[in-house]
Design a protein around this ligand. Structure first.
Ligand SMILES: Cc1ncc(COP(=O)(O)O)c(C=O)c1O
Length: 458
């Protein structure tokens, strides 16, 4: 239990960015111009931007110093070796392949491993992962534990994979499964952690069938902190040590350094297998760059190297997880339906439960996201049928849950910004029954949520 209620941020603010104030009429005009899609807003028209925690965090003074140290040699730069050492300190894979962000690592890996007739299981694929799997022709199978399907249910490791379902799949089709993925934390499933026990059980099933296990490790440090806090026998353990154990259970990883790399850009693919690494490096050279910089500048490699040291700091993780819970617990206490328990990087409002009058295919999540912005300039992100409802053949199927994610950028907003967000959400929730759905008037065939345009059904 913390001695004081206030969450003291474990940093002082070193430079500031002004936020431009606006009123509802201005924000509604911005929404009309954006086709009611919050991805199309100018970010300067947003007061508190909780669209994503990806690449939106503040860097430390040591990371900015790292940018100055960055060495831009084409091959074999010291920045590369500092990056490699920092990655290996946590993830001891023989092959580390730097990419400009996580999806580039996914694209390379699934170009090699995916193909029509193949299946890639995951606890839950994130949108870019699913899209890259499907683009390869493979099927993306989500196998989360049953507990993850009930947003209000309290469970310490709702990010876990359904091990029995994985075993059934591999017994029937192991030859069609080139890799099993586990996403830590499970972003689409609510930022919920995966336990070490679950990872070990998944590993054992993979071993029985000779299938490699990979981590989608974007939020590895937050996941490890939850393991330390919640898993029997792990209390008091060094987070870096927990991360090393997570890595030791896997044959490879994809990573977006825009999350727990504490950087604004970057990522990597790491693998144990020499032949797979060579195939991936050949693609890397085609699409990203030379293997010692991938898609990154030397200065980015340095910023990530320093970020990886800072992200496993216990004071940072204590503040990080507690400040996300502060938002979620306040909404929960006020009766707003949110995914329980509160995840690591975001609070997920259950828009389906808050807006029962709006059918799934009239996009309750999008309607709620619209209203949070119109009311208070708070930008969240729909994670529901807009994001996941369109199948590759163009048909529509409602997503499992209709959520609005309020993702918290790292080290960026203070407790008073979050107090403001709480007030805005409660003001919208108080008149939830007035909200109406939307329809899509323009959309792309894949990842439509980024560019779709909507019309209100009000
Ligand atoms: C779980 C997960 N995997 C992969 C990605 C893709 O990473 P990037 O945005 O760097 O391409 C994300 C990004 O949000 C993510 O949350």
């Amino acid at each position: 239990m913390d001695e004081f209620r206030a969450i003291i941020e474990p940093f002082r603010i070193h430079s500031v960015e002004p936020i431009r104030m606006s009123d509802r009429a201005e924000r509604e005009a911005h929404l009309r111009e954006a086709g009611l899609n919050l991805f199309a807003l100018h970010s300067q028209d947003v007061l508190v931007d909780l669209l994503t925690d990806s690449g939106t965090g503040a860097m430390s003074s040591e990371q900015w110093a790292g940018l100055q140290r960055g060495d831009e040699s084409y091959a074999g730069s010291p920045s590369w070796f500092r990056f490699l050492a920092a990655v290996r300190e946590l993830f001891d894979f023989p092959h580390v392949i730097p990419t400009h962000q996580g999806r580039a690592a996914e694209k390379i890996l699934f170009t090699v491993l995916g193909a029509p007739g193949r299946v890639i299981p995951n606890n839950t694929h994130f949108d870019t992962t699913r899209a890259n799997v499907e683009f390869s022709g493979a099927h993306a199978a989500d196998l989360p534990v049953a507990e993850s399907r009930t947003p209000s249910l309290e469970h310490p490791f709702k990010g876990n994979m359904d091990v029995a379902a994985l075993a059934t799949l591999l017994e029937a089709r192991a030859a069609d499964v080139p890799v099993v993925f586990v996403t830590v934390t499970n972003n689409s499933g609510g930022g919920q952690p995966v336990s070490l026990e679950n990872l070990r059980a998944v590993r054992a099933v993979c071993d029985r069938h000779g299938v490699p296990l990979f981590l989608d490790a974007c939020r590895f440090a937050e996941n490890a902190w939850f393991i330390r806090e919640r898993e029997p026998g792990q209390a008091g353990r060094d987070v870096a040590d927990i991360v090393r154990e997570m890595a030791s259970l896997a044959d490879g990883m994809t990573m977006s350094a825009k999350k727990d790399g504490l950087a604004n850009i970057g990522g990597w693919l790491a693998v144990r297998d020499d032949a797979l690494a060579e195939q991936c490096r050949n693609l890397l050279i085609l699409t990203e760059g030379f293997p010692t910089y991938g898609g990154l500048a030397g200065r980015d490699l340095d910023a990530i190297a320093q970020g990886l040291r800072e992200v496993v700091d216990h004071d940072y993780l204590h503040y990080r997880i507690r400040s996300t819970a502060y938002l979620g617990d306040a909404l929960h206490a006020a009766g707003v339906p949110v995914i329980r328990p509160i995840g690591g990087h975001a609070v997920y409002i259950d828009a389906g439960a808050l807006l029962p009058q709006i059918p799934a295919l009239q996009y309750p999540g999008q309607a709620l996201a619209y209203e949070l912005y119109a009311t208070g300039g708070v930008r969240g992100c729909e994670i529901g049928s807009v994001m996941f409802g369109r199948r590759p053949d163009g048909s529509e199927v409602p997503a499992a849950v209709e959520l609005v994610r309020l993702a918290i950028p790292r080290r960026t907003y203070t407790q008073s910004h979050i107090d403001y967000v709480i007030e805005v959400v409660l003001a919208v929730a108080a008149r939830a029954e007035e909200l109406r759905g939307l329809r899509i008037v323009e959309q792309a065939p894949a990842l439509r949520h980024f560019t779709a345009r909507f019309e209100s059904l009000a």
